[in-house]
Structure formats: structure tokens, C-alpha cells
Design a protein. Structure first.
Length: 364
């Protein structure tokens, strides 16, 4: 395929804060000077500004995830919006980033338009809808477990699905001190981070339970929670109830995740489910090791005892045990960090992502 002739439409739920939105921005950067045109449509968000800075047109559309439960008028609005954008912008490739977006693309796009979709998570619902959504679509799974879910549970043909791992850009190494972290580090505290949306998926409640257990053995442990979300007030209240007021800080949303991570001793990913999470990749990029729950695609990144540590999801006692282990064994932590940095360069660098997606698009 001659990329310079292609006009690509990316459809994503939002352009807010999240891993999927980050992938869309990465693809825009990778392809913007290789194709004729890129257009993005979403329900909007803070990253619209970045699209504007890149010279990429954005169309506001209804959120695809709500369209299926919305009134018929709203469903039709989404359907006709996609048709309108395809014809107005003379789109040749539609690349969707949500099953509902892929579903409406399947219904709306002319046969000559090439359909691509990214699968960012594993699912066990909407089986018939998913099969219809991906019926004539080349699917990019972000990990092997996501591909397995598509081919085995949803029966998507194996040759329709390829795997391209998520990635992050390298960190320039110039840390800008975060004042609270600097203060606690000066006091001799061990800084343990948990980065992610404050939602049920990320399992922060279990992390707090583990933090309370670890604090009893290691009062020098200081827990740093980065992110916003619907459970923030509830989690702050739980931290107080557990007596963690002096041992935990909620930093809120940060745009400088790698900078923050570089100032921590190690990271915890306490998720209950994942596709292929960015958090351990970001941690590896700054040479930090991760304790992660062994769910879905996480073990594709974290190799237990090699570059990180794996634990059961929802098991606060085991998580506390492993946090104690890394606090008490600096040399082991140092060895894991060295392997984590190597793992990032070998498998999860932005350069690797760019190479993989350019090859994928050229073969369409």
C-alpha cells in the first residue's frame, strides 16, 4: 500500500486522559508525515489541543460506548456522523479504538474503505456484536492475551489479528523534583508508587490494604498514588480509616508520569484486569521495577523474578509481602531495575512501536 495516498480516520471514545488516547496520539505522530491526511473523531477531551497543534482535524461525535444504550435518535446521529466524515474527508482507512466504534464503522463504511481496529482489553460480553464489528476488519491486539481472547472466545480468524505491543517514548533523564517526594526522600522514606485512574479496575483499594500491612513492618514506607477518578474521595477516606495519613499522598493527575516515576523506589500495578498496561512500560523506561498483578497482558511485560514481581490480584497480603521483600532487598531490586531497562529498549520503545505500525500499514 502507498501510504502517501491514504486518508485515515481514527475513531476513539474520547481524547481525554488514558492509555487508548495516548495510542491514538502516538499513531498520529507516526503517520502524520507519511499519509495524505489524518482525521480524528471522538467525544472530545483535553488532548484535542495536541491534535490541533499537530494540524489534525477533530470532529466531535457521541461517545460510541453510550450509543448502544442511547435513544434511537442518538444512535442514528453517530451512524450518520461517521458516514458524513468518511465522505466529506474522502477517507480510505477507518481505524477504530473501541468495539462500538468498530461496530458502527462496519455498518457505515463503504466496502472500498479499509477497516482497522485496535483491541485494547479482553472481554467476555457482547459476543455477537463483537463478531459483527470485526467481521471485515484487520484487528491489532495490544498483547497476546488480547489476541487469544479474540480468536478463542470471539472466534475471530487468526489471520485477521496481529499483535503490536503498546510503547512509550524514552525519558530524557532530566528529573524535575516533585516537592513532596523530595521531602519524604530526604527523611529516608522508601517511595512506593501506584499510577493509574482511580477506578475499580486499578485495584487501589487492595493496594491501600497492603500499604497498611507493610507500614507495620516498615514505617519508613511512603505510598504515592497518582491519578484521578470516580473513586478518589472513597479511597482518600479509606486511607484515613487505615491510619495512613502520614504515609500516603494522592498527587492527582500528572502529565509528567515518567518524571514522577524516576523519583520513586519502585512501582505497584494492582489492577484487577488489563489489556496491555502502559504503567509497567513507563516504569521500565525510567529503570524502575514493578510489582504487578498477574492479570491478562501484564505478565507479557513483567517477567516474575527477572525484571519485576508478579502477585495475585485482590491479594493484599501477598502484595504486602512482596513490597516488604523489595524494601528489604536493595541489591535484588537493583538487578530487577537493570533488566527492566533492557526489557524496555528491546520490546517496548517508541522506535519499536513506530517500526511495527509502519510495517502493518504498508501491508494492508
Amino acid at each position: 500500500m502507498k501510504l502517501q495516498n491514504q486518508k485515515i480516520l481514527f475513531i476513539v471514545r474520547t481524547m481525554g486522559l488514558g492509555g487508548t488516547e495516548n495510542v491514538v496520539l502516538q499513531l498520529c505522530e507516526i503517520l502524520s508525515d507519511k499519509v495524505n491526511k489524518i482525521v480524528v473523531c471522538s467525544s472530545g477531551g483535553v488532548h484535542e489541543k495536541k491534535l490541533h497543534e499537530m494540524g489534525i482535524k477533530h470532529y466531535a461525535i457521541p461517545d460510541p460506548i453510550f450509543a448502544i444504550i442511547a435513544r434511537k435518535r442518538n444512535k442514528n446521529l453517530l451512524y450518520f456522523n461517521i458516514i458524513f466524515i468518511i465522505y466529506r474527508e474522502q477517507i480510505t482507512i477507518v481505524h477504530s479504538h473501541h468495539r462500538m466504534a468498530a461496530f458502527y464503522t462496519e455498518l457505515a463504511a463503504p466496502k472500498e474503505v479499509i477497516k482497522v481496529a485496535n483491541a485494547h482489553n479482553t472481554f467476555t460480553d457482547k459476543k455477537k456484536l463483537t463478531q459483527l464489528a470485526y467481521r471485515n476488519t484487520k484487528v491489532v491486539a495490544v498483547g497476546e492475551m488480547v489476541k487469544k481472547n479474540l480468536t478463542e472466545y470471539f472466534r475471530i480468524p487468526d489471520d485477521q489479528v496481529c499483535v503490536i505491543h503498546n510503547a512509550v517514548k524514552s525519558f530524557d533523564g532530566n528529573s524535575i523534583p516533585v516537592e513532596i517526594l523530595k521531602q519524604e526522600h530526604t527523611k529516608g522514606k522508601v517511595l512506593i508508587g501506584n499510577i493509574g485512574r482511580l477506578s475499580e479496575q486499578k485495584g487501589i483499594s487492595y493496594f491501600l490494604d497492603a500499604a497498611a500491612i507493610t507500614k507495620k513492618t516498615h514505617p519508613e514506607a511512603f505510598f504515592v498514588i497518582v491519578g484521578e477518578g470516580e473513586l478518589k474521595a472513597q479511597l482518600e477516606e479509606k486511607a484515613t480509616q487505615l491510619g495512613l495519613q502520614k504515609n500516603v499522598v494522592f498527587l492527582g493527575y500528572r502529565s509528567d508520569i515518567q518524571n514522577v516515576m524516576s523519583q520513586l523506589d519502585f512501582i505497584v500495578l494492582s489492577s484487577l484486569w488489563e489489556g496491555l498496561p502502559l504503567t509497567p512500560i513507563e516504569a521500565f523506561s525510567v529503570g524502575k521495577t514493578v510489582i504487578g498483578t498477574a492479570v491478562d497482558g501484564t505478565p507479557e511485560i513483567i517477567r516474575d523474578g527477572v525484571d519485576g514481581v508478579l502477585v495475585e490480584a485482590r491479594n493484599s497480603n501477598q502484595l504486602a509481602e512482596k513490597m516488604n521483600y523489595l524494601i528489604e532487598n536493595f541489591q535484588i531490586r537493583e538487578r530487577l531495575e537493570q533488566q527492566a531497562k533492557k526489557r524496555y529498549h528491546d520490546e517496548f520503545s517508541f522506535e519499536k512501536l513506530k517500526q511495527n505500525y509502519l510495517e502493518f500499514y504498508e501491508e494492508l
